[in-house]
Write a protein that binds this ligand. Sequence first.
Ligand code: SF4
Length: 327
Amino acid sequence: MTLLEATDLRRHYKVRAGRGPFGAKATLRAVDGVSLKIEAGRTLGLVGESGCGKSTTGKLVLGLIAATAGTVRYAGNDMPPTGSAAWRALRPRMQMVYQDPLGALDRRLPVGVQIMEPLAIHGQASPAERRERAAEVMTAVGLQRHQFDRYPHELSGGQRQRVVLARALMTEPDLLVCDEPISALDVSIQAQVVNLLLDLQDRLGIAYLFISHDLRVVRQVSHEVAVMYLGRIVEQGEAESLFAQPTHPYTRALVSAIPVLGPRRERLLLQGDPPNPVDVPSGCAFHTRCPFAVATCRAEAPVLQPTADGRQVACHRADEPALQVAA
Ligand code: SF4
């Protein structure tokens, strides 16, 4: 069952491109026509370099920021307008887990109080029931009950992210948008939090939008993957097939950079830095860095097209055998 479906989502900002208060204005297309689906109980990984629009997409699908254009449907119904009573009633079912657990928590409050907060905000349950539920979710995420009265600075980074997860689980959500949920943690702790997320999905059937620049982790947790470049999705599809045989040159460059055990595989190296998002290149936005770019790429923007193996790829040359061999 499709839990969340976003269609042609856009978020544009007017910014000053020139110097000083009277500098020329330009449009920053942070998200520019993103469509995606998240199935109940499954994980969609959203990957790309920092600044490509992943986090903005996560906030748009939850309605935390308003879209410039596009629609979001949740459980078969249109998402109510941001801030409306109907939207606030839906919010307990969709929670967000941020990158920095210390930044997401209030240092002045015991973590138990913060775990109970979502039920208090949404006016759910009595104080005694909230405390009981907090104890349950703390156990579910591997926290000890005596840690209820601890302050965030008294816990390790991994424990703090467990607190953030416990708080998100209090309202029994169907969907968690996890925005770089492990990148602020020590490497030794990252695996524990990933395993916890997988375990919670198994037990509770929660769907995740898992936003990360770390393809190694995305590969581990995702059923489907969408790859973003400069505000657009350039390839999406089933995770196993995408990682086994990436098609878009950008995806192939990202996948070829994943560290592997054993013999090194050939890297597809990108040319240059990502372009300024206020001045996106014409045609295919990736053409300034793509080793396979031809004249058509500079003139026409490719749109997502289905491939023989069931994915969607936005590349003029995706079907060319010559390009496959060159990779
Ligand atoms: Fe490269 Fe052209 Fe494909 Fe863009 S459309 S990814 S520039 S080959």
